[in-house]
Design a protein around this ligand. Structure first.
Ligand code: ADP
Ligand code: ZN
Ligand code: ZN
Length: 758
C-alpha cells in the first residue's frame, strides 16, 4: 500500500499561508499540480500543490477532491517565486498564484474535461492552393467580391502569413486564434465560410517542438559603439547590467545580439517592454533578425489558444528556444532553460502592478529571478530610474553606455516657451504659444510629422456653468468629472463613472457651459481648426481602445499617412518613428509640480523620452516645452540632455531626505466609507507602528484625492532601511496589521499594502 501523503495547497484567497490536505488519490502527488479542494464550509477552490509531505498535520486534514492535471502545470521555480512575491510584497501566495495562472487554466469544478497539457494542438488555417499557383490568390479575391468580410479575413491571413514560415510549395499555417484575436474583425464564421469555399484549409496542428533552428539568423551588423557595449555587457559576470543608451542609439540591436547568443545555446529569452503597444514593433524587429518562428508575444490581449501554446512550449523541456516579447506578466511564465532577461525602458512605471495584489515591480522581480537562475539580465533605458542609476554608480550593477545616436544625428534641440508671456500678451493660438504655433505650421509646410503631447485625455478636465459656476463632481470620488465632447459625457478618470452631459445646469437651470483646461480631445479639435489641411490622429487610451490599435497608428506614421499626432504618454514610450521632426508639450507644469518626491524624476524622463521620439534618422529634432516656469532646473537638464547631471541632483536630494534608493518605502492605505473611521484606524495603526519600529513612520494623511469609489483613504508611509533588517521590519509591520483586529473598526476597513510604491 502506498504511503500516506499530505499536500500543501495554495488557494486563491488573501490569506498568507498554504493549506494542508490529505491525498487520497492513486497517482503520486507532485508540486505544480492543479487540484480541487474543499474550502470553508461549502466552497470548492482550484489550488496548486506546492509541497508534498509524509508527516501528518496535528489535525484531521480534509481530502483533496480531484487532481486536474496529468503533469504539473507549474514549475517548482514558479512556486518559489510566488512565495518570494508574498514575502517581499506582503501579499498572500494565493494572490501571487492568481496573478500567475492564465485564464485558460482557471477551470471550474464541474468542467468535464479541463485542459491538460499536451492533449491537442492548435487549430490553424492555410491558403489551400499551392504557392506556385500565383493566380490562385487573385481568383480567390475575385470570388469574394461580394463577401467583403470574408475578403478581409483572407487579407488578414496573408498579413499574418508574411511572418510565418512557409513550406516549400505550400502557404504557411496560421493559428486561428491569432486571426480572431481581440482587436481583429475576423470571426470564426468567416474562416469557416472560407474553408467551405475551399479557399482555406483547416487542421489541428501539433505544437512546434523542433529544436532545429531552421533558417539562419539575419542580425544587423553592429556599429563600433554597439559592439563595445555588447562586449561590456557580456563581461558583466553575475551582476545585473544597465545599458544606458540614448534614444535612438540602437539598444534594440544590442538586445537582439545578446538574444541570438542565448538562442544558439538552446536557451529561451525574455524581452520585456513596458507597454502592450510596443510589442508589435519589437516582434517585427526581432522576427526579422532572428526568424519570425523564434519570437513569440505574451500579453493579456492574446487569445487563450495562443497563451496556451506558449505556456506548453515553455514547460516542455525539449522545446525549441524562443524569444518571448512580453509585458510585465511575462515574468510569471514557466521559465526554465531561460538564458537571458532584457528589461527595455526599465524606468517605466507600468512595470509596477497597482491593483490587485501582488503589487510587484516586474523589473525588480526580474533582477531577483536572474540572480536565482544565475543568468544575465540587462536593464535598458535612455533615462534610467534613480534606483538603477544609483546601483550602477555604486558598482552593484555593471554599466555599458551608448552615447551617440546610431544615425549620427545630433540630439534634438529642446526649448522652453513661456505660457505666461503668451497669455499676458494675448498671443496664444489655440493650445499653442506663438513660437510653437509657428514651428508646427512650418513643420507641416515642410511635410514633416509633428507630435503634440498632452498627458490628459478627454476634452476638458472641468466643465462649469457660465452663469453660477457650478461644477459637477463625481458622486463617488473627490474629483470633478472630465468632459468628453464626442461622447457627450462626463467621465470620472478615477472610478470610470459615466453620465450624460446635463441639458441645463442642475443648480441654476441655465444652459451655458464653459470648460477649463485642455484634454487631448480638445487639442485635437483646436488643431484641426488651425490646420484644416493636416491629417490628424489622436492616440490615447480612449482612441486605441477601439480598432485604431497602436500597430495601425505606427503603420500610418511610417507610411506618412498622418501629419500630426495628438497623444498622451502612450506615444512617448520607446517608439521608433522615422519622420517625426517636432514635438510640442502643451503644458509641462502639472508634471513638474506634482506633490511627490518622484515628480522631477518622472518629468525629466518623460520629457527626454518625448524629445527622443523626434529627429531619429536624418534631420535634428526639436522639442518645444510650454510652461509657466521656463527656467525650471529640470527643463534645463532636459535641454542639455544631461542625464548624469539630473541624476546627481536627484540623488543628492534623495540622500539628504532619506528617500529611495537610500531607503525603501512601504505604503499602507486604509479605506472606509466613513472618513472618520479611516482616519481613526490609520492613527491607531500609526501609533502601534511607531511603538514597534521606533520611528520611520510618515502620516497618516489623506492623499490629494481623498475619496475614490466611495471610500475615504488615508496613507501611512513606513521608511525601511535600504539594506539590512528589511525582512524583520516587514514582519513587524505584518504583525501590527494583524493587530488591527483589536480596533473596533479593524475588521471593517480595507487595508492595502504597497511595497516600493511608485
Ligand atoms: P533605441 O532603442 O536605443 O532608442 P533603436 O534600437 O530603436 O534605438 O535604434 C534606432 C534606429 O537605428 C532604428 O531605426 C534602428 O533600426 C537603427 N539601427 C540601430 N542600430 C543599427 C544597426 N546596427 N544596423 C542598422 N540599423 C540600426
Ligand atoms: Zn449654473
Ligand atoms: Zn469617480
Amino acid at each position: 500500500m502506498a504511503e500516506a501523503r499530505w499536500v500543501d495547497v495554495v488557494v486563491p484567497v488573501p490569506v498568507r499561508t498554504a493549506f494542508t490536505y490529505a491525498w487520497p488519490l492513486d497517482r503520486e502527488p507532485e508540486p505544480g499540480l492543479r487540484v480541487f479542494v474543499p474550502f470553508g464550509r461549502n466552497r470548492v477552490l482550484l489550488g496548486v500543490v506546492v509541497s508534498v509531505r509524509t508527516d501528518a498535520p496535528d489535525y484531521t486534514a480534509k481530502d483533496v477532491l480531484r487532481c486536474v492535471d496529468e503533469r504539473p502545470s507549474f514549475q517548482r521555480q514558479q512556486l518559489a517565486l510566488w512565495y518570494w512575491l508574498s514575502e517581499y510584497y506582503l501579499c498572500a501566495p494565493g494572490e501571487a498564484m492568481a496573478a500567475a495562472m492564465p485564464g485558460f487554466m482557471q477551470v471550474e469544478p464541474d468542467d468535464e474535461a479541463p485542459y491538460t497539457l499536451r492533449d491537442d494542438g492548435v487549430w490553424s488555417v492555410r491558403f489551400a492552393a499551392p504557392r506556385h499557383d500565383g493566380d490562385a490568390v487573385n481568383r480567390a479575391f475575385e470570388s469574394l467580391a461580394r463577401a467583403k468580410l470574408q475578403a478581409e479575413a483572407l487579407l488578414r491571413y496573408f498579413q499574418l502569413a508574411l511572418e510565418a514560415e512557409p513550406d516549400d510549395n505550400r502557404h504557411p499555417w496560421v493559428a486561428v486564434a491569432s486571426m480572431t484575436a481581440e482587436g481583429s474583425d475576423v470571426k470564426p464564421a468567416h474562416l469557416s465560410a472560407l474553408v467551405e469555399r475551399g479557399i482555406l484549409e483547416r487542421e489541428l496542428r501539433p505544437l512546434d517542438r523542433s529544436l532545429d533552428l531552421g533558417h539562419a539568423l539575419a542580425l544587423p551588423e553592429l556599429s563600433e559603439a554597439q559592439s563595445a557595449a555588447l562586449t561590456e555587457l557580456g563581461s558583466a559576470a553575475g551582476q545585473p547590467a544597465l545599458l544606458w543608451g540614448a534614444t535612438g542609439s540602437g539598444k534594440t540591436e544590442v538586445y537582439l545580439h545578446l538574444a541570438a547568443h542565448a538562442l544558439e545555446e538552446g536557451k529561451h529569452v525574455l524581452l520585456m517592454v513596458p507597454e502592450i503597444g510596443l510589442i508589435p514593433q519589437v516582434l517585427r524587429r526581432a522576427g526579422r533578425a532572428l526568424g519570425a518562428e523564434r519570437v513569440a508575444a505574451w500579453h493579456h490581449q492574446l487569445a487563450d489558444g495562443e497563451r496556451r501554446a506558449l505556456w506548453d512550449h515553455l514547460l516542455d523541456p525539449d522545446s525549441a528556444p524562443r524569444v518571448v516579447v512580453a509585458t510585465r506578466s511575462g515574468i510569471l511564465l514557466p521559465w526554465h532553460r531561460l538564458g537571458l532577461i532584457v528589461v527595455d525602458e526599465e524606468h517605466e512605471t507600468s512595470y509596477k502592478q497597482q491593483e490587485p495584489a501582488p503589487r510587484y515591480h516586474a523589473r525588480d522581480v526580474a533582477v531577483w529571478l536572474a540572480q536565482q537562475k544565475k543568468i544575465p539580465i540587462v536593464l535598458g533605458s535612455a533615462t534610467p530610474s534613480a534606483e538603477t542609476w544609483h546601483h550602477a554608480a555604486t558598482g552593484k550593477y555593471a554599466r555599458a553606455a551608448l552615447t551617440e545616436r546610431y544615425s549620427g544625428v545630433a540630439f534634438p534641440e529642446v526649448r522652453a516657451l513661456s505660457t505666461l508671456k503668451a497669455q499676458a500678451l494675448h498671443q496664444e493660438v489655440g493650445p499653442f504659444t506663438p513660437e510653437a504655433y509657428a514651428a508646427v505650421a512650418q513643420a507641416l509646410v515642410d511635410r514633416q510629422q509633428v507630435l503634440v503631447f498632452q498627458n490628459r485625455r478627454g476634452y476638458a478636465p472641468v466643465l462649469t456653468c457660465m452663469n453660477c459656476g457650478w461644477i459637477e463632481p463625481c458622486s463617488e470620488c473627490d474629483v470633478s468629472l472630465t468632459y468628453h465632447k464626442k461622447a457627450r459625457q462626463l467621465v470620472c478618470h478615477y472610478c470610470g463613472l459615466h453620465k450624460d452631459l446635463p441639458q441645463t445646469c442642475p443648480q441654476c437651470r441655465q444652459s451655458a457651459w464653459d470648460w477649463r483646461g485642455l484634454g487631448t480631445e480638445r487639442i485635437e479639435e483646436e488643431v484641426e481648426a488651425l490646420f484644416p489641411e493636416a491629417r490628424i490622429l489622436r492616440v490615447d487610451s480612449d482612441s486605441t481602445r477601439s480598432k485604431r490599435a497602436m500597430s495601425d497608428f505606427l503603420q500610418w506614421m511610417e507610411s506618412g499617412e498622418i501629419d500630426l499626432v495628438v497623444g498622451t504618454q502612450m506615444v512617448g514610450k520607446g517608439l521608433d518613428i522615422a519622420g517625426l521632426a517636432l514635438a510640442v508639450v502643451t503644458n509641462a507644469d502639472t508634471m513638474l509640480s506634482r506633490p511627490d518626491f518622484r515628480a522631477h524624476e518622472r518629468a525629466f524622463q518623460l520629457l527626454l523620452q518625448v524629445a527622443g521620439r523626434t529627429g531619429r534618422r536624418e534631420q535634428r529634432g526639436l522639442l518645444l516645452v510650454q510652461t509657466a516656469t521656463p527656467g525650471h532646473p529640470v527643463l534645463q537638464k532636459v535641454a542639455d540632455h544631461d542625464v548624469a547631471g539630473m541624476m546627481d541632483l536627484l540623488l543628492r536630494d534623495r540622500a539628504e531626505h532619506h528617500y529611495p534608493p537610500f531607503a525603501r518605502m512601504l505604503r499602507i492605505e486604509v479605506r472606509h466609507r466613513k472618513e472618520s473611521v479611516a482616519r481613526d484606524v490609520a492613527h491607531f495603526l500609526a501609533e502601534n507602528l511607531l511603538r514597534a519600529l521606533a520611528g520611520g513612520i510618515l502620516g497618516p494623511d489623506a492623499p490629494p484625492v481623498a475619496r475614490v469609489q466611495g471610500l475615504f483613504r488615508q496613507h501611512l508611509w513606513v521608511k525601511l532601511p535600504a539594506d539590512g533588517s528589511v525582512k524583520a521590519t516587514k514582519r513587524r509591520v505584518l504583525k501590527e496589521l494583524d493587530g488591527l483586529i483589536y480596533h473596533p473598526h479593524g475588521r471593517s476597513v480595507r487595508v492595502v499594502v504597497d511595497v516600493d510604491p511608485i
